[in-house]
Structures are given as C-alpha cells and as structure tokens.
Design a protein around this ligand. Sequence first.
Ligand SMILES: NC(=O)c1ccc[n+]([C@@H]2O[C@H](COP(=O)([O-])OP(=O)(O)OC[C@H]3O[C@@H](n4cnc5c(N)ncnc54)[C@H](O)[C@@H]3O)[C@@H](O)[C@H]2O)c1
Length: 396
Amino acid sequence: MDFFDLRKQPHLLGKVVVAVLLIVVCVFILKQSPAFTGTSLFSRREIGVTHVLVTGGAGYIGSHATLRLLKDSCRVTVVDNLSRGNIGAIKVLQKLFPEPGRLQFIFADLGDAKAVDCIFAQNTFDAVMHFAAVAYVGESTIEPLRYYHNITSNTLVILESMAKHGVKTLIYSSTCATYGEPEKMPITEETPQSPINPYGKAKKMAEDIIIDFAKTTDLAVMILRYFNVIGSDPEGRLGEAPRPELREQGRISGACFDAARGIIPGLKVKGTDYSTRDGTCIRDYIDVSDLVDAHVKALGKAKPKSIGIYNVGTGKGRSVKEFVEACKKATGVEIKVDYLGRRPGDYAEVYSDPSKIKRELNWTAKYTDLEKSLRIAWTWQKSHRNGYSTASPISS
Ligand SMILES: NC(=O)c1ccc[n+]([C@@H]2O[C@H](COP(=O)([O-])OP(=O)(O)OC[C@H]3O[C@@H](n4cnc5c(N)ncnc54)[C@H](O)[C@@H]3O)[C@@H](O)[C@H]2O)c1
C-alpha cells in the first residue's frame, strides 16, 4: 500500500506547517471580528474613542455635526427617519469614512420607543447629540400636535433610554424661538423665555423636561439655543437640502438661492417700516461650521451633574436688506426683490449676546462674513440642483 513519508518530502512538510499556521492566524482574526463574536464594533467601548449618537444626522445641521465628529476621530451612530433628511448626506459621509466602526446609519423613528430602546441596548454610546426635529415655525402653527409629539415627546423617549442604558451626556439642539419676543436686545441666557409659537413652546418644554430630569441624576447636559443657521461645509461635501415641499416654509437663505436659480420668481421681503437701520428685520446669522464647533466644545466641557445653557450666535444683527445684498453678491445674480407690508408675528430685531459661551466654552463665531458663508453654500447649491438626489451643475 502506498503512503508518503513527510520526513522524506521536506518541501511538503514546510507547506503543511505554513498551511496550519495560516489556519491558526485566520481563526484568530475571525474570532476578533464582530461577525464571529456576534457583536458589532458599535456595541463595544474603545478606550480613547467617543461614541456619539447623532439623532437627525441625515439633516442639515446633524450631517455637518457628524462630519466634524468623524474628523475628530469619534465613532458616530446616526439615527434618522429620513422624513426631512437625506440619505445622500449619509452616503457622502460613509464614503469619506468607510473604515469599520466609524459611522453607522440606523433608519428609525424616535417616536417608536421600542426601536429607540433597542438601539440603546445594542450600542454603547458615550453621548447623545439630539438634533432630530421638525423645525419650521410656520408649519408648527398649522400642525401643533406634530411639533409637540416630534420635539417634546420624542425628547422624553431619548431621555428614558439614556437613563435606562446609562448614557450620561446630552447635547440638546434648542432655539432662540424659545425666547419669543424679548423686549431687550441682545438676548442673553437670562432673557425670560416666552415662546409665541408651537415650535418654540415644544422646544422650551423639551428643555424643561431635560433640566428637571438632569437635576435628579448625574447627567451632563448642554442646551444650545441656536440663532439663524446658514452656510455649509467649506470643502463642499455637504449642504442644505430641504424637501421641495418645504420650500415655502423655508428660511431666507434657501429662498435667496431658489430665487437666484430661478425656481421662484424673486424674493418677497415682508416689512420695511420696522424701527431698524434700514427698516427691515434684523437677525443673527450663525454659520453651520461655527455651530458644529460649539457642539464639539460643549461635548468637551460637559460635566456630570451640571447643566450648561448657551446662546449660539454671532452677537451681530444683520438686516434682511443686508442679507439680500450679500446673497446677490455671493450668487452673482441680480435677484428680484419685492418689498411688501409686514408679516404678522415678525419682530423687528433678534440677536444674541454670545458672551457666556465665549467665557465658559471658549467659543466664538469665526465665519462671520455673511457673503463668504453664502458663497460657500451657493457653490454646493449650484452643483446640487436637486439636493442630494442628483448632482447636476447649473449655470450662473
Ligand atoms: N436650521 C436652523 O436655522 C435651526 C435654528 C435653531 C434650531 N434648530 C434646530 O436644529 C435641529 C436640526 O435642524 P435642521 O435645520 O438640521 O433640520 P433638518 O430638517 O435638516 O434635520 C432634522 C432631521 O431630523 C430627522 N427627524 C425628524 N423627526 C425625526 C424622528 N421622529 N425620528 C428620527 N429622525 C427624525 C429628519 O429626517 C432630519 O434628517 C433641530 O432640532 C432644529 O429645531 C435649527
């Protein structure tokens, strides 16, 4: 009977040894892999890596925050129901950070408490940045219940899951709309909050719930009250792309760009007889890069058993006329402007006093050149005529 003697075939012996070694190495690597152990990298704590749950990360501000967190070597889980956000933004981020354990996207509605609990059970978060919300003042007056549910009730769901799963840090997206119509400018954090629409009221209620809960726990809370957010990623990777059906609800920068692109015939400026320097309303425009930086600083300074509340604005008011002029220069388009009578409910001047955030978080707005912020945003808009769905350049 034939059999071979390995000792007489040294080459074969070497090959067998190498093969065995390879098998051992493969088994070792497989054992380390999440697929083998049945756990994902997102469920493990890694020393030196902060894992942030970003709710609403497919939206305008949340996607920019996710980009910044990833650049800062954080691990990010985005939860979004895509009701207003864009999966295209997530795809851009996934392309930029394809390494395992950097970014995961979970499609879920924060109103679904079981789903949220499951997300917290399956992942190990160090902090939550809660951006997800419906966020249009006008819409909130027409659909108030939607706003109380989406903003106030969903924040409760997040807090309950944080408590249950021991997540100790929350950075909350709030708004200057919680102040209502203050008589004195600039707005400080001490300015009484007296919101005048369901959006502002829902955010104020969410703030109150967070504060009450934080007082009974060792939670680290930072509440950031943003003023009017504009701009986009200076490197042109992300932008603001609201749903076409929301255009009407939209914000001034979106309307300017739509007018510059000819999607709408022109701009309607409502109110030219306010007691301001040129008769139009004055607002405080904060660039999204600065805003995201404020979140990172807030995350860095968040302390257990402590609640930080900060205005995030430039401290400088710009009139609607000034904004429109900056937009004309940024787009190079002579946007048609119709000056109309006042819109009920608009107040003359709103701008922040950002000295507290400067003093305590060492944050100041850097992107304060309105025209430059708008030029950056316009560059993205020009190459994304249909938002994230197609990237088709437009002339002008
Ligand atoms: N844009 C501003 O000027 C401004 C000013 C002040 C405060 N804020 C606040 O900043 C946050 C982000 O605003 P934005 O301008 O990026 O809005 P956005 O609409 O672009 O993003 C919000 C995201 O939240 C998601 N979302 C909404 N409801 C959800 C739910 N139930 N479950 C899961 N995901 C949900 C949407 O799909 C969207 O991706 C909001 O909380 C808003 O109130 C914005």
